[in-house]
Design a protein around this ligand. Structure first.
Ligand code: CP
Ligand code: NVA
Length: 315
């Protein structure tokens, strides 16, 4: 926030930028609404009639783009896709000017960006809600969907052991944030140098204390996975890190989720992946195709959770 921005459209609206905006009770309320939206979609088919959503995407997307576009249309609203793959945010015009211009026409902004900082600047200047559709630091819509899916399968995520194996990246950060709010035991195994951000770990641990959840870091994947009911992985090189793919493949090889690693988990353990998956790298084809894999239920739930997010922030 800065003085110059005040009175020129500094946001007072609610945003979903990190996932830390919502406390445990608000996440619980979001899940209640998601379950209702999923069970009774027709009840909500005009809920956002006359509403417009701008979608800024600096990176590729299948799930996030389609689920926000389908979600907005199925709530009676209209989504406008803005392809920022060529001209990144802030290049053609300043981020504050983009936020203030869009706010004059649309009721909400969804943005997939390279920089969390740019996203926060956008939100500071926009007068409409801004939703993080993935940044370099967080992927909150994904993690909310993941724990909603886990609760569908297990009844509750409270006290449940989830192992995340791989890179301490945006998805890993958001799983800690969301896991702390649902009271899960999040057990993360990464190679040295690829741990999640220490400040985000510390904040998630503080939040987890209120829900009796825990956040634990491990080096050995077998230790993190031992007895876990949910085993999660993500790509080893995220979008924007393509030049590191070969180097990371060598470092992360012991972190592959394969049948042997899954055998260390609980007997009822399920496998999750945010997708897209690289079979033969972070996960084997065998695990992806096994009855334990719930990756497409997880992908479906992106739609329902994001409809609930749009209803919460835009209506
Ligand atoms: N999981 C996820 O966000 O997928 P997309 O990159 O396809 O949107
Ligand atoms: N960590 C991955 C997630 C993709 C949904 C990336 O940022 O590319």
């Amino acid at each position: 926030m800065n003085v110059q921005a005040q009175g020129q459209g500094l946001s007072l609206a609610s945003d979903l930028l990190t996932g830390t905006e919502w406390n445990a009770a608000q996440v619980r309320e979001l899940f209640r609404l998601t379950a209702d939206v999923k069970a009774y979609p027709d009840r909500y088919k005009s809920a956002l009639a006359g509403h417009f959503l701008a979608m800024i995407f600096e990176k590729p997307s299948l799930r996030t783009r389609v689920t926000f576009e389908v979600g907005m249309a199925s709530l009676g609203g209209t989504a406008i896709f803005l392809d920022h793959a060529e001209a990144h945010l802030g290049e053609r015009e300043s981020v504050p000017d983009v936020g203030r211009s869009l706010s004059r026409w649309v009721h909400g902004i969804v943005a997939r960006v390279f920089s969390q900082e740019a996203l926060e600047t956008l939100a500071a200047y926009a007068t409409v809600p801004v939703v993080n559709a993935l940044s370099d630091v967080y992927h909150p819509c994904q993690a909310l969907c993941d724990f909603f899916t886990i609760e569908e399968k297990f009844g509750s995520a409270s006290g449940l052991k989830m192992a995340y194996v791989g890179d301490g990246n945006n998805v890993c950060h958001s799983l800690m944030v969301a896991g702390a709010r649902v009271g899960a035991h999040v057990r993360i195994a990464t190679p040295a140098g690829y741990e999640p951000d220490a400040k985000i770990v510390a904040a998630a641990r503080r939040d987890a204390a209120a829900t009796r959840g825990t956040i634990e870091l491990f080096r050995a994947p077998e230790e993190a996975v031992s007895g876990a009911q949910a085993v999660y992985t993500d790509v080893w090189a995220s979008m924007g890190q393509e030049s590191e793919t070969a180097a990371r493949a060598a470092i992360f090889a012991p972190y592959q989720v394969n049948a042997k690693l899954m055998s260390q988990a609980a007997s009822d353990a399920l496998f999750l992946h945010c997708l897209p998956a690289h079979r033969g790298s972070e996960v084997t084809d065998e695990v992806m195709e096994s009855p334990r894999s719930i990756v497409f239920d997880e992908a479906e739930n992106r739609l329902h959770v994001q409809k609930a997010i749009l209803l919460t922030l835009l209506s």
